[in-house]
Design a protein around this ligand. Structure first.
Ligand code: GAR
Length: 223
């Protein structure tokens, strides 16, 4: 069954683009009902319009309280028939006002191997710390920032001469692979949360492809 998906963005929307591309090529079984941004200049809105997806812009500055902003997001998502929500570079913390109606159906991508380097500027945090393995994480969203149960992680090497930009680009390339893969697993009904553990039914336990992810990517997401 097709995933009735809403995507929330704040910026460039390259993860949204990766999702749109996978939907268009037929490897991600999702129906993107609406893309919502909290900034009018979010390039993600332009990407959605080009793909013929309905868009909305909800400026958080227009709402005196976080809860009011969240309630408006929920209203728009429901109106669009959204069942699952993907945060794709959406830089706002969500309150129970949002998370309760979509309990267990909100996922996020974060550019680090959580629980390391949560929060802002994760790519810079990793580069400055001198980690040797950096990466990214798709996880369920709970009320704590960058905290919920983990669906998939990808590791990439970090080098002594990396900076935020060079390491960020290497991480972003993997973000674009693991996010559509995680959403497709959800669309296939293979993802179950058990406390902090996420079980993805039928995945391999060995790494055969060129990308170091766990669970391993499946075709065509491994290309
Ligand atoms: C991505 O690197 C994403 O992981 C990060 O923002 C970027 C958005 O890029 N998200 C966070 O840091 C959330 N804590 P995009 O707009 O091009 O997809």
């Amino acid at each position: 069954m097709s995933l009735a998906l809403g995507v929330l963005v704040s910026g460039s929307g390259s993860n949204l683009q990766a999702i749109l591309d996978r939907v268009r090529e037929g490897s991600l079984d999702a129906d993107i009902r609406v893309v919502i941004a909290n900034r009018a200049d979010a390039l993600g809105l332009e990407r959605a319009r080009e793909a013929g997806i309905p868009t909305a812009c909800v400026l958080h500055a227009d709402f005196p309280r976080r809860e009011d902003f969240d309630r408006e997001l929920v209203r728009l998502l429901r109106q669009a028939g959204v069942e699952w929500v993907a945060l794709a570079g959406f830089m706002r913390i969500l309150t129970p006002e949002f998370l309760t109606p979509f309990a267990g159906r909100v996922v996020n991508i974060h550019p680090a191997l959580l629980p390391a380097c949560a929060g802002l500027h994760a790519q810079r945090q990793q580069a400055e710390h001198g980690v040797r393995l950096a990466g990214c994480t798709v996880h369920f969203v709970d009320e704590q920032m960058d905290h919920g149960p983990i669906v998939i992680q990808a590791a990439v090497p970090a080098f002594a001469d990396d900076d935020e930009a060079s390491l960020g680009a290497r991480i972003l390339d993997m973000e674009h692979r693991i996010y559509p893969q995680a959403l497709q697993w959800i669309a296939e009904g293979r993802v179950r949360v058990n406390g902090r553990q996420v079980v993805v039914n039928g995945v391999a336990r060995t790494f055969t492809g060129p990308h170091w992810t766990n669970p391993p990517l499946e075709p065509p997401f491994d290309r």
